[in-house]
Design a protein around this ligand. Sequence first.
Ligand code: CA
Length: 229
Amino acid sequence: MAQRILVVEDEPAIADNIVYALETEGFEVAWCATGEDARRSLDERGAELIVLDVGLPDCNGFDLCKQIRKTSAVPIIFLTARTDEIDRVVGLEIGGDDYVQKPFSPRELAARVRAVLRRCPSGGDTAAAARVDSPFTVDRQRMQIAYFGKPLDLSRYEYRILEVLIGRPGWVFSRDKLMELAWEEPQASMERTVDTHVKTLRAKLREVRPEADPIRTHRGLGYSLKESW
Ligand code: CA
C-alpha cells in the first residue's frame, strides 16, 4: 500500500507542484490549505509524513506542529520562506524533522521526503523500524514493539517512549521532550516518571538481550537509542 503524505500548503500553485512530484514517486497524497483541514484529515485518515508550510491562513505551522506532536511522532518536513525560521524549524523546540526552503524544486522536496521516511519508522500495519539493521519492529495499529523478533509486553507509556526513541536513533531527547512527545497531558506528569518508565523498559529489553542495553542515558540531558547494531 502506498505511503500517505499530507501536504499542508495554502498556495495552490506550490501545492500542485508538490502533489504532482510526490504522486510521481508513488506516494498517496492528500492536500489541505488550512491548519484546521489538516487536523481533520489527520484525525480521519492519518499520514506517514506531513509536509507543512510555516505560513498558513488560519494558523502558524509551528503551532500546528506542536499540537500534532502532543499525540504523534509522525515525521514533519517544514516549508519555509525565511532563513531566520530555519533554526527554529530543525530545533527540538518545534519538533520538525527537516525543512525545505522556498523556492525549492519539487524533486528536491521528494528526495527529502524519501530520506526522512527512511530515517523514521513508517506508520504502516507492521512497519520496520527506522533502519534496516535495527532490531526493533513497530506495529502502530496494535501499539506493539518487537525486539529481536520477540514482542515486548509494554505499558502504554513505555511503548510511547520507545516509539519516540526508535523514530530517531542517536538523537538525545530531554525528559521534557519525551514527556511532550509521549504523554497526552505532559503537565500532569513529572520528569521522574520518564525515568521510572525507562527503567522498567530497560528491564524488559534486558530479558530479551541481557548484554545489549540499547537505551543510553545522557547525564543532565536525557535519553537516546543506540544508533548502530
Ligand atoms: Ca503560505
